[in-house]
Ligand binder design. Structure first.
Ligand code: NAD
Length: 334
């Protein structure tokens, strides 16, 4: 490989989709302002910078910034070659309130048309049911997935996925859905320094040929020096332990975000890890961390990029008492 090619992010196959996705994916929720206001030109530069460094997976939702993220991402993607992008967005979630969910066939069909318009593209690579645990899982199985399959037959979407927090909800849907109707699962906050419960679902997903995307490797900002936003749902004990771990890493001259991202990226059963990024500097820092974590280039966190890293071990031990602590999300399972 040429120098240019070898300094691009590696890719991994995504289940049976035939897609090859960059190990680090671009999470576009910050483009909607989820983590603070973002200047549109900075947002667009971030997308372009990510693509230039080998990121090909871009993930958004009509919910992020109440359509703003899709609109801004669409403007940024206009300048990039469509065939080289894996564009993923979602249906079913349109606000923060439990009443803002609608997984009906009519709504999700209209939703895809609206997303195509905002994203300014003729098709979406991966369309996902957003946060299924807030919906009626039987409706997802019997109505939403068949409606998305129709859109797939029409060529408006290429692959179908489901997203959410409780892993049991994925199993519930996959146990009942028509084989081949779910190509991808997007899980979040379950493969990071403080929670590795996602690994328990890997054999099941693999046996069904379902591709796995892991989001929020920094647990939505919990594993950063600045700490999480106010709305973060982590219980106080977990927040405090994460803050202590972040301070410890800093005292040892290291950034917990880089340690956390490296840890997540080294998991080979995850095809892509989505990180929220809204500035070219954060894109560069995260791509550098990814290269170092995977032994494919120089990184910026001062580590040797391996799991036997001393500070990483100390941080993992500090998080041990709160390991796998999660929080409630959505309706109880049927
Ligand atoms: P995250 O856990 O990576 O946290 C993002 C926060 O960390 C942001 O504030 C970001 O600016 C900051 N950050 C990123 N890199 C950093 C670094 N190197 N140093 C310090 N801070 C850094 O990820 P997230 O945004 O929660 O999730 C990533 C993406 O995954 C989302 O944008 C979205 O696309 C997707 N996602 C989907 C779902 C779902 O479908 N239900 C849920 C969560 C996330």
């Amino acid at each position: 490989a040429s120098d240019a090619a070898s300094s691009l992010l590696p890719r991994r196959p995504l289940g049976n989709t035939g897609l090859e996705v960059s190990v680090l994916g671009f999470g576009a929720s910050p483009l909607g302002g989820a983590f603070g206001d973002v200047d549109e030109s900075v947002a667009i530069s971030s997308v372009h910078r990510a693509f230039a460094r080998g990121v090909n997976l871009f993930d958004t939702s009509p919910y992020y910034g109440l359509t703003k993220s899709e609109t801004v991402l669409g403007r940024a993607l206009r300048d990039l070659p469509r065939s080289q992008l894996v564009l993923s967005t979602k249906v079913g979630r349109y606000g923060a309130d439990p009443r803002d969910f609608d997984f009906s066939a009519a709504r999700v069909t209209r939703s895809v048309a609206e997303s195509l318009e905002r994203l300014q593209v003729p098709y979406i690579d991966i369309i996902q049911c957003h946060d299924i645990e807030f919906g009626d899982l039987d409706q997802i199985v019997n109505e939403t997935l068949p409606a998305l399959a129709q859109l797939r037959n029409q060529g408006l979407v290429r692959h179908v996925g489901i997203t959410g927090l409780p892993l049991e909800a994925f199993h519930y849907v996959l146990d009942r859905a028509e084989p081949g109707s779910v190509d991808v699962v997007l899980s979040y906050c379950h493969y990071c320094l403080n929670d590795t419960t996602l690994l328990g679902s890997v054999p099941y997903l693999r046996s069904r040929g379902v591709g796995l995307i892991n989001a929020s490797p920094l647990s939505m900002g919990l594993l950063t020096r600045g700490g999480p936003p106010d709305w973060h749902p982590a219980p106080p004990g977990l927040r405090e332990a994460a803050a202590r771990a972040a301070a410890h890493a800093a005292a040892r001259g290291r950034d917990i975000a880089a340690l956390g991202l490296g840890f997540a990226l080294r998991q080979p059963d995850v095809s892509s890890t989505l990180v929220g990024m809204a500035s070219p500097e954060v894109v560069d820092a995260n791509v550098d961390t990814a290269m170092r974590a995977l032994g494919t280039g120089a990184g910026g966190d001062g580590s040797d990029g391996s799991d036997d890293d001393e500070v990483l071990g100390e941080v993992l031990r500090m998080l041990e008492p709160v390991k796998d602590t999660t929080w409630p999300s959505g309706r109880p399972l049927p």
